[in-house]
Write a protein that binds this ligand. Structure first.
Ligand code: NAI
Ligand code: MG
Length: 357
């Protein structure tokens, strides 16, 4: 069956890096048996420019009809003065909640060729390959009640609610087990069960779900300790599953273990494996239009799309191998360049990956 892929270039470097991804997808289709069709639509600032809204109705309709969505990045100084609801970032949040993308996968992999780019010593971080699974549509970022109010004594107070029901916990933890089954079969559930009731429920559900996965070793860790362990001995982890805010913070910390933000892909999935795939970086207005952005995070996002939404794991392996080969060849965009390697731009990097495929 022909898979439908919706491509959303967005703003800033978004169109530049997404052009390399569509080039790759086109070659996968022509020469490697991928049965897919692509369509492109505006989102973010580009959506505002084209249709007066960061998530135009047509774009949302196409996203709902697609098997997978590939997004570049949104945002830029040109849009900073717009009303809150018209800001490019609202387009991205709208897509996540409208498509019910509750499972956010952020792999943190250190390529051996880039070992010197990490902030940690090689013996601590060398060979790092962990997966952080962050719950993306619940917790404090969405929980009600929320707001800022003035008390009777005239003092203002701000408040948010961390709330998860059993169903929400179960589906994300279950995803964690399923991912762990395909990797090293170890799942670490991160919570704050010594202080938060919501975490007690989280832990209880995690233990219950673990009965369905006897081959996966489940462990539990408090989030403050997890933050420390990620920096002290990150390789002890295989898969980490955690709630929205904890995952937001831990995954950013894990990202920096691997060097450049231009290397890190992500997947956001719904219950049926439909997903949105994007590099974790933003629209990088400081380098937009210069042809120097690193497209590898986006190409690796295509790999995740092949693996998680298109049932093309073998093709995903090939894309991963092609990226590794290009790094072996010493090709580097400026963000990952070090003395002695060859500096290339966005297009040359994309061409090299296609050639290595
Ligand atoms: P950013 O990720 O766009 O840039 C941070 C730094 O990393 C910049 O120096 C940039 O040049 C560099 N960088 C990012 N991607 C790179 C790549 N592929 N190759 C080489 N260097 C790269 O974050 P920033 O500057 O905080 O935000 C810029 C805009 O992007 C804002 O409007 C922000 O709201 C938006 N944003 C959008 C996101 C998304 O679409 N998912 C995520 C984060 C920010
Ligand atoms: Mg974050």
């Amino acid at each position: 069956m022909t898979k439908k892929i919706l491509v959303l270039p967005g703003d800033g470097i978004g169109p530049e890096i997404v052009a390399e991804a569509t080039k790759l997808l086109e070659v996968l289709r022509r020469e490697h048996g991928l049965v897919a069709e692509f369509e492109e639509a505006p989102v973010g600032g580009a959506g505002y420019d084209a249709a007066g809204h960061p998530l135009p109705e047509d774009t949302l309709r196409l996203a709902k009809a697609a098997d997978a969505v590939l997004l570049g990045a949104v945002g830029g100084p040109r849009y900073d003065t717009l009303d809150w609801e018209l800001r490019p970032e609202r387009g991205l949040l709208g897509l996540r909640s409208e498509l019910n993308l509750f499972a956010n996968l952020r792999p943190a992999i250190l390529y051996p060729q880039l070992a010197s780019a990490s902030a940690l010593k090689p013996e601590i971080v060398g060979g790092l390959d962990i997966m952080i699974l962050r719950e993306l549509t619940g917790g404090a970022y969405f929980g009600k009640p929320r707001g800022i109010r003035t008390r009777d004594d005239g003092v203002r107070e701000g408040f948010n609610t961390i709330i998860y029901d059993e169903g929400e916990i179960e589906r994300i933890v279950r995803s964690g087990f399923e991912i762990a089954m395909k990797r090293g079969r170890r799942l670490c559930s991160v919570d704050k069960a010594n202080v938060l009731e919501v975490s007690q429920l989280w832990r209880e559900v995690a233990i219950r779900v673990s009965e369905d996965f006897p081959d996966v070793e489940l462990s539990h860790m408090y989030v403050d300790n997890a933050a420390m362990q990620l920096v002290r001995a990150p390789k002890q982890f295989d898969v980490i599953v955690t709630e929205n805010m904890f995952g937001d913070i831990l995954s950013d910390a894990a990202a920096m273990l691997t060097g450049s933000i231009g290397m890190l892909p992500s997947a956001s999935l719904d219950a049926d494996g439909k997903g949105m795939y994007e590099p974790i970086h933003g629209s990088a207005p400081d380098i937009a239009g210069q042809g120097v952005a690193n497209p590898l995070a986006t190409l690796l996002s295509v790999s995740m799309m092949l693996r998680y939404s298109l049932d093309e794991g073998a093709l995903a392996d090939r894309v991963d191998a092609a990226v590794s080969r290009v790094l072996d060849q010493g090709l580097r965009t400026p963000d990952i360049w070090t003395e002695g390697s060859s500096k290339v731009g966005t297009t040359a990097m994309g061409d090299a990956v296609v050639a290595a495929l």
